[in-house]
Write a protein of this length. Structure first.
Length: 475
């Protein structure tokens, strides 16, 4: 058997080069595809988007400038003709861009060019009978955009800045100014963006070729090192086999120890839970049923196994603090006095004090401390609000209410599962954790879990009392 493994390792050495080279070549291919077919197209789209945003902001700025002159018209400071004249003069001289040759232009709704810095010969002319197809297309398309949307982008072909002999693709942002029947626009040259992309593509090509060369050299080096490593691996194979066998034995022992420890923990927790219930036979099995329901809610919410285990332990122990309370209060067959209620409400803190010194892998003591807190701060003993309450405590609160109200108590018969579900529905999102309520309703209504209580006839006054305070001493 060992001889076969040695021969297998020898054959493995001869195949190592191919195994290393193939993933490397695939990585290089993916690198090229990512650069030239994914990154560069996205980069181009990003450049165009930024340019579009820039011309939009510039057009919005000039629109605000015209609006200022309109305000002066409305105030009587200027006539409309004077206000429009000053606005045109102001915009005619505005320039932007690397060469300060990019400009703004204005048209009215006829449409006619009101102002075009580089084609003043076209200003004021009726486009309907004009022979320049580019101009007619630009103005008609811009007018349609303004009429339909108020503002937007228009693609067209126009002269390159101040050179009427060079016609290029442009994209303009146009925005209507309704008071004067104008629309204002400025544009960007798409060739500029393409030129930037071409320059970046050139640089990336050079860099990529350099990276590919370096990676290939590293690949050769890696293959040589891998071959040396395989030879070394052959030398230490026998020792490794011994170590693996020893490790497997250790893992088996560790697993057995872990299982024994988990079983001991489960037995200890179950024993602690039953201690509280022995003092109150009327609620026997309450903590177990709360655990079953809470664990089912936790699984429905998608909690991980580690968190579910902590929820399970906390649910079994959530009423451990009742071992410190007078049994007369727990079994009292009538409503509690205010003082007795205050004593009963100490059991979450008492449970926390009992459990805080035990080193659990989960915040069990804090969950027990919080299992009567409400999202809106109306719970006890600390009046915590939603963001301060642990998820496990929120789940146990819902399960606790449903189990307590649907079970018999010394001071009243079972309120029935429907009353319990109505109570958590009423408090969903304000008192009780909404996802936990939804999960509980689903589990019960779809019969994914069996709540053994049946609905009984109970007066509305009793139902209101049970859903608000009294159930807490038994829950």
């Amino acid at each position: 058997m060992l001889e076969k493994k040695v021969k297998g390792l020898t054959r493995l050495i001869s195949k190592t080069s191919c195994r290393i080279a193939l993933p490397t070549l695939c990585t290089l291919l993916l690198f090229v595809i990512a650069i030239f077919f994914v990154l560069l197209p996205q980069l181009e789209e990003g450049f165009i988007a930024r340019k579009q945003e820039m011309i939009r902001e510039l057009a919005e700025t000039t629109w605000s400038l015209i609006e200022n002159y309109h305000d002066r018209e409305l105030s009587g400071e200027l006539s409309r003709a004077e206000a429009q004249k000053r606005a045109i003069l102001r915009l005619r001289t505005l320039r932007w861009g690397p060469e300060q040759k990019d400009y703004f232009w204005i048209s009215d709704m006829e449409p006619r060019l009101v102002m075009q810095p580089y084609r003043r010969d076209l200003e004021g002319k009726d486009v309907s009978g004009f022979q320049d197809v580019k101009l007619k297309y630009l103005l008609n398309k811009s007018l349609k955009m303004v009429q339909q949307q108020g503002a937007g982008y228009v693609d067209y072909r126009w002269q390159w800045k101040d050179d009427p002999t060079r016609i290029v693709s442009k994209r303009a942002y146009v925005k209507g100014f309704e008071p004067w029947g104008w629309f204002i626009a400025t544009g960007m040259y798409l060739d500029d963006v393409r030129a930037e992309i071409a320059e970046i593509r050139k640089k990336l090509t050079t860099i990529s070729l350099g990276i590919l060369l370096i990676v290939m050299l590293l690949d050769v080096y890696s293959i040589r090192q891998a071959l040396a490593a395989e030879r070394e691996r052959l030398k230490i194979f026998l020792e490794r086999e011994k170590l693996m066998k020893s490790l497997e034995e250790s893992l088996e022992k560790l697993k057995k120890s872990r299982d024994d420890l988990h079983a001991s923990l489960e037995e200890t927790v179950t024993s602690l839970a039953s201690t509280a219930e022995k003092r109150d036979p009327y609620t026997a099995g309450h903590q177990v049923r709360v655990d079953i329901l809470a664990s089912a809610i936790g699984r429905e919410l998608g909690l991980e196994e580690q968190q579910l285990e902590g929820l399970h332990i906390a649910a079994l122990l959530h009423d451990i603090g009742k071992i410190t309370l007078p049994s007369d209060y727990l079994c009292k067959p009538s409503k509690l006095t205010r003082e007795e209620t205050a004593v009963i409400r100490c059991h979450p803190q008492a449970g926390y004090e009992i459990l805080k010194g035990i080193h659990f892998p989960w915040p069990v003591a804090e969950i027990v401390y919080q299992h009567h807190e409400h999202l809106d701060g109306s719970g006890y003993p600390r009046g915590l609000t939603e963001r301060d309450i642990l998820l496990e405590a929120k789940i146990i609160t819902v399960a606790d209410v449903v189990e307590a109200m649907s079970s018999h108590r010394p001071y009243r018969a079972s309120l029935g599962i429907e009353s319990a579900l109505d109570a958590i529905r009423a408090g969903r999102g304000t008192i009780y954790h909404a996802p936990s309520v939804d999960a509980c309703l689903y589990l019960v209504n779809e019969k994914k879990i069996d709540i053994r209580s049946k609905d009984l006839s109970v007066s509305p006054e009793d139902q209101e009392y049970e859903a608000s305070e009294s159930w807490c001493r038994m829950a």
